[in-house]
Design a protein around this ligand. Structure first.
Ligand code: HEC
Length: 292
């Protein structure tokens, strides 16, 4: 196919192919690097969020819960002594400023129906149960939104049982607030749910696409300029001189022996022109001999 084309066309076709291959390679590599960066960033945010939340919980367990238990042993005050309640309330405040960041302690058997695990969370909790992994993190799409999620299992301890055993033994205020249907039946060592953190990836994805578009645009522009310059050079140094040679050769073949092969520069075309000039001289001599 390339053989039947003019030099100029052939070069442009080759350059276009190089452009396509470069573009595919560069965009694929760029996408890989940028996605890896935004995943790393999301992972850092997830870890920071998780660390802050568990620091809050530790603070409560260390400084507040023991005091409250001492001072008000019979008072139902989960905001001050139940880690999950405190984290849930803190998360609501965080979500007021960062609505796309989700913190959820999910359970298939929840006291608070809002904490009921969805299909994705159930599958992760099932993985904890089967021993597939001890913690989980990765990309997930929820309600059409892309998140980076991290999950750790929540296991019942002895201290949990007095609230989560049975509605009859739990604090009546709690039972009144959450009902008797679910959230009970815990036994020590049971896997009762998972702590999930979702960090939104939509902005990072948009940024990746924007950077890729800029990158691809830059490469295209570079190739376009290079192709224009190469085209000019090819026309000036190859196509035009060869056309001139052809024109002079045709004139000479029709007997106009006064035409000269003139080529500027010092390249292969100049060598060709010199060879043609010598051939013209020989031709003239041969014709002279024939005429005599
Ligand atoms: C003082 C009572 C109390 C104790 C003790 C307690 N919880 Fe809870 N737990 C609650 C309440 C109340 C909620 C509902 C919070 C909300 O409204 O989101 C809850 C929520 C949860 C949830 C989220 C799903 C749901 O039921 O809504 C899990 C999981 C959970 N608790 C596990 C535990 C574990 C594990 C422990 C022990 C380490 C524990 N709880 C100790 C009262 C308690």
């Amino acid at each position: 196919m390339l053989r039947n084309m003019s030099i100029r066309k052939r070069l442009m076709v080759i350059l276009t192919m190089v452009y396509i291959v470069t573009m595919i390679g560069a965009v694929t590599a760029g996408y890989y690097v940028l996605s890896r960066d935004s995943l790393r960033e999301a992972r850092e945010k997830t870890q920071l969020f998780a660390t802050v939340m568990s620091a809050n919980q530790k603070y409560m367990a260390r400084y507040i819960r023991p005091e409250i238990m001492d001072l008000l042993p019979d008072t139902y005050f989960p905001e001050a002594n139940v880690g999950i309640v405190m984290m849930g309330e803190t998360a609501k405040m965080i979500e007021a400023d960062y609505p796309d960041y989700i913190f959820k302690v999910a359970s298939p058997n929840p006291l608070n129906k809002a904490n009921r695990s969805d299909a994705f969370e159930n599958s992760i909790i099932a993985g904890f149960d089967n021993g597939d992994y001890e913690t989980w993190e990765g990309s997930v799409t929820k309600a059409g939104r892309h998140y980076y999620a991290s999950a750790v299992p929540v296991v019942a301890r002895k201290s949990c049982i007095w609230c989560h055993d049975a509605p009859e033994t739990a604090n009546p205020e709690m039972v009144e607030e959450y009902g008797k249907d679910s959230g009970y039946g815990y036994e020590v060592g049971d896997l009762v749910g998972g702590r999930f953190i979702y960090v939104p990836m939509a902005d990072a994805d948009k940024m990746t696409m924007k950077k890729l578009a800029g990158f691809g645009g830059g490469i295209s522009l570079l190739f376009l300029v290079a192709m224009l310059i190469i085209d000019r050079i090819i026309i000036g140094t190859v196509v035009k001189p060869i056309e001139d040679l052809v024109e002079v050769a045709e004139d000479i073949s029709r007997g106009k022996m006064d035409r000269e092969f003139n080529v500027k520069g010092n390249d292969e075309i100049k060598l060709l022109a010199d060879a043609f000039s010598r051939m013209k001289v020989s031709l003239a001599k041969a014709m002279d001999i024939l005429r005599k």
